[in-house]
Write a protein that binds this ligand. Structure first.
Ligand SMILES: [Zn+2]
Length: 233
């Protein structure tokens, strides 16, 4: 048995309500990380997620590489999405109880890394409790002191695209690899994880219900999904 917090990135999308319904049916807790531009395109789908009790965190407004931005531009990306998410929560009639943040591509901002972390702390973003996580890659990021939410295992299903060689079978194979490049293997006894999946209509078009396939494989292998606990640094 291993434990995992599930995160799903790049919300919202046309397939967001179907993903939300599935998670509710299976009682799988999740953090949905929203890109502002996608929320604007799929506002009703994002509202649906909140009204079903999902937590939506900030994943920037336009999904840039933060290391290519100035500090001011980076903060503007976060603030613009933060204002949009405040409006979304208000429109849904749901109180916003926690504010997790994830950098696009896990790019922490290069030269601005420390300043961005200080900003996230001051701004009151919530850190996902990662004290049970081990693994060389995760430790090398010095992630334990950082506020943003990283991951320990990326399903990699975003690579499933029309004409691409990468398939659902490749995802299933990676799930069973001993060391997929991040740290502890997904099914290693007593390991703890933050899992990364995406809400992409392009993946849905190639493999309908892809999230079911991979989450059911995870649960069949002994992964127990747990609700995230938050730390305020
Ligand atoms: Zn993303």
């Amino acid at each position: 048995m291993s434990k995992a917090v599930l995160t799903i990135d790049d919300i919202a999308s046309a397939n967001t309500p179907a993903i939300v319904d599935y998670l509710c049916e299976k009682r799988i807790p999740v953090i949905l990380f929203a890109v502002g531009e996608n929320v604007e395109k799929h506002y009703q789908e994002a509202l649906y997620a909140l009204r079903k009790g999902m937590v939506i965190g900030n994943h920037s407004y336009s999904h840039p590489e933060f290391s290519s931005l100035s500090l001011r531009e980076g903060i503007a990306e976060i603030e613009k999405n933060e204002a949009l998410l405040d409006t979304l929560y208000a429109d849904a009639g749901v109180p916003r109880l926690c504010r997790p943040f994830r950098f696009p591509y896990g790019d922490k901002g290069g030269a601005n890394k420390e300043a961005l972390q200080a900003y996230l702390k001051e701004r009151g973003f919530d850190k996902v409790d990662d004290s049970g996580i081990k693994g060389a890659w995760y430790e090398a990021q010095n992630q334990y002191g950082d506020v943003d939410t990283l991951w320990t295992f990326d399903f990699g299903e975003w690579q499933i695209r029309k004409g691409a060689a990468f398939t659902a079978e490749d995802v299933l194979r990676r799930m069973h690899e001993a060391h997929p490049g991040y740290g502890e293997a997904l099914f290693e006894e007593k390991s703890s994880h933050i899992l990364l999946l995406h809400a992409h209509d392009e993946t849905e078009a190639e493999v309908p219900g892809y999230y079911r396939i991979f989450l059911e494989e995870a649960m069949a292998g002994g992964v127990e999904f747990e609700a995230p606990r938050f730390l305020r640094l």
